[in-house]
Design a binder for this molecule. Structure first.
Ligand code: AMP
Length: 279
């Protein structure tokens, strides 16, 4: 596996592959790698000839009171894991490489970024859109792979790449879960043993609410409000949202009559968990 820390070295490797007629998959991550990330790398290996994994903890997508300072990181372990999986290139720039002094440009995504997590994390999707656009321009991959775990992020990235005519195919990958249903996430490392045993309730509640909505398509809001209440009364410290949304636009749906996604964000202690299911 080639390991590079500069944009020039990334470009040189990616363009030599392109010149050799190889297709390239990009898998952006913030590190603290788990099986969810690795499933994206394996998908990249299936659909393209070469895989580039990036590890960059992007400060601009964290709010002032968020967990940037405590976000788990273990570059040495991540590097070993990626070698074993067989990624072709690891790009780990530092902050100065990505945001040199005087950096002053941002990508402002549209309406799909304003609801749900966008409403609770001001500036988050601007940070995501900016870093992902930079990574796409730097590596110019044929395909870039993102997890459905971060469903709103996936839609934001699809929209910026189509609105800005970035010549890349955005590919989605299903959410990898623990055996008890908890979606794998780097942030799960924050959970204490008792919080960890509560956490799978988020996915169970979403699955049950999804079945109820299928049976009663006329009352999604009531069903979501009940799910929200159940999470709070079971020990979640707060619930940001449980909402049925149009799968493409993320507009709230008052009636389930077309492809929909049920999305939730909820906090256990200081840990914010997100999850979603397709209907
Ligand atoms: P992150 O390091 O959290 O920024 O995630 C990097 C990529 O991995 C994003 O495209 C995520 O959606 C994806 N991802 C995170 N968790 C999972 C999971 N449990 N299953 C599949 N993909 C995931």
């Amino acid at each position: 596996m080639i390991i590079v820390r500069t944009i020039d070295a990334l470009r040189a490797a990616a363009s030599s592959w392109r010149r050799a007629g190889k297709t390239v998959a990009l898998i952006p991550t913030m590190g603290a790698l788990h099986e969810g990330h690795l499933s994206l790398v394996r998908l990249g290996q299936i659909i393209c000839d070469q895989t580039i994994v990036t590890i960059f903890l992007n400060p601009f997508q964290f709010g002032k009171n968020e967990d940037l300072g405590s976000y788990p990181s273990n570059l040495a372990q991540d590097t070993e894991i990626l070698k074993v999986v067989g990624a072709d290139l690891l790009f780990t720039p530092d902050d100065k490489e990505m945001y040199p002094d005087g950096f002053s440009t941002g990508i402002i995504p549209g309406p799909v970024s304003k609801t749900l997590c966008g409403a609770f994390r001001p500036g988050h999707f601007r940070g995501v859109a900016t870093i992902v656009t930079k990574l796409l321009m730097q590596s110019q991959p044929d395909k870039a792979i993102f997890g459905e775990k971060d469903y709103q992020q996936l839609l934001v990235i699809r929209k910026i790449s189509s609105d800005l005519n970035i010549p890349v195919e955005i590919v989605s990958a299903p959410t990898e879960r623990e055996p008890d249903g908890l979606a794998l996430s780097s942030r799960n490392a924050y959970l204490s043993p008792s919080e960890r045993s509560l956490a799978p309730l988020l996915y169970r509640t979403l699955c049950r609410a999804a079945e109820e909505i299928k049976a009663h398509p006329e009352t999604p809001d009531e069903i979501c409000a009940r799910a929200d209440q159940e999470l709070r009364s079971s020990g979640f410290s707060s619930v940001d949202y449980v909402t049925l949304c149009d799968s493409e636009t993320l507009e709230n749906m008052q009636f389930y009559d077309r492809p929909a996604r049920l999305l939730a964000a909820a906090n256990i202690g200081k840990t914010r968990l997100i999850d979603n299911v397709q209907l």
